[in-house]
Write a protein that binds this ligand. Sequence first.
Ligand SMILES: [Zn+2]
Length: 624
Amino acid sequence: MLKHFADDAACATSAKTLEEAAEKMRTLFQRVGGPAIWARTHFSVYEFCKFVAMWMSRARLESTDPNSRKKRTKQPPTKIRIDDEHEVTTASSHKFLGVILDDELRFQKHAAYALGKGERWISQIKRLAKVTKGMHGAHARRLYYSVAIPSMLYAADVWCSQPKNSPNSRKKGGMKAAIRKMESVQRKAALLATGALRTTPSDLLFTHANMLPLRSHIKLICHGSALRIATLPKEHPLYATARRAMGRRLRRHTSPLYDILDSAGIRTNTIETVNTITKPPTWRNQVRTTIAKTREEAEQSAKDDESDIRIFTDGSSHDGGVGAAAVLTQGIRPAKIARYYLGRDAKHTVYESECVGQILALKMLQKLGQDLNGMDVMIATDNQAVLRSYSARKATPGSYLIEDTRALITATEERWPRVRLKLQWVPGHEGIEGNEKADTEAKRAAEGGHRNRKHEHHRLLKGLPASKSATKQHLKKKIRKAYEKEFRTSPRYERASRFDPKTPVSNFMKIATKLTRRQASVLAQLCSSHAPLQAYLHRFKLAESPVCPSCGTEPETTTHFLLYCISYVAQRRRLRRTLGRDQSLGLEILGDEKRIRPLMTYINDTKRFADSHGDLQHHHPLAG
Ligand SMILES: [Zn+2]
């Protein structure tokens, strides 16, 4: 096997023994059309000192040491002769295209390298995001996701792919330890984003920072690349390999490619193909589309339209189903209707249904049985994206439907050369009669009850393959749901839900953007009950007694400090006055966006956090 990537190239052979493999490699290097000949005919000289050979096997040699018979040793470095002049010594690991390959393909070395990258980035972010002064937590979070994560999880789909959890799976975890270590990097990022104390439990921290746990994030990355690979067209070099992986059901010896496709649950022929080739610059869009500049203009032109045949199309997602409809009107004749049910919304998008609407319209037009020469035909849709897609050069999910429509338009125009066909945008929900009818019909189609089987378009008869974007959304939702379910079983759930019943969906980061860095930090600490109050200090053996130092009656917890401590009666009265009489004061105030400012005034007035956080006055968040 031979693979070239710009200026990186790799050759691979497989054989039972090292000698055989070396021999094969020699022939591969020198064969006709092989790398040696290529170099000669392309005036390129290889830098032989940069050649690296690797012997990839998990088989180990029997130990020769009589004292440790059981221990097996790795293969020692060997020299491989590739031609008369050059020899290459085998190495145990090598970085290729940014991934460190090791001779057992366990990627442990790469995991350590990735962790190092993550740590380096997080320490850089830390320099910018001090809790008392420094940039806002939201920015620290964004830096983590835009810089640290892409660098640390680069090619995670290759080295960190997780086999699907199945009871029969012998491959246990694999990268579990590495992921745990990398999660400590995310923890640091979450601490910077929220300004919480270091003792805060990770799961609570991640909900406040609005971060998915790292293993879920890695799953997202793997699903993304699985979808990218599964939707490749036939011409792509990876196509055959991917198809083979998709068609199998393996239990052992799974490859990363198999793992990512399997965990995303993608099977052969159930997903659409997205073309990777962009149309050439000389290509011109032949379809006439009209999109008015304003809604009013579009509405007026739709009402003034005097076309002989008017077809309104619409797509709809309704009750978990996706459907399309087209309504054809011609003078005083009764309207003709076509409907099509695409499938569930986990597999199809509204965009697709809008495209199908156009196909239905053109099919209806063809089957009308009239001579269309000299006629004006308007096909109207309330979706601008569909009309814009006709002139797009780059293929996107759902593009194949646009190409189908384009072919139908060409066919119509070839059959009736003097037909005047135009595709027009009409604003939705403006009371344009045909459009409203199409909308209702599309909703009916989405229910899936009355599937119209009379249309003859081959693609629609067969049923549409699942959409790439809908599948991606669905997988994402699934990961999110699994995480939320897991969090509900966490011992922290009960406590967290007292401030915010929607936990683990937290609006903390949203509230924090309205606060200064210090205020956000105090809020994070109070929400997690890890704040420098006496009860906390006592729990972590930093104080002798948990009792409130101001009133001395009971342990100083978040609840005591906010709601009951008699030392702050005056401040609390002011808080109640600002909030208004009918508002009850409870812990949920910590998660309430509207009441957060008066609460901050209260906290500042008590001066309880003056030592740890300093001034908690309001000023512009960006001023620090
Ligand atoms: Zn007290």
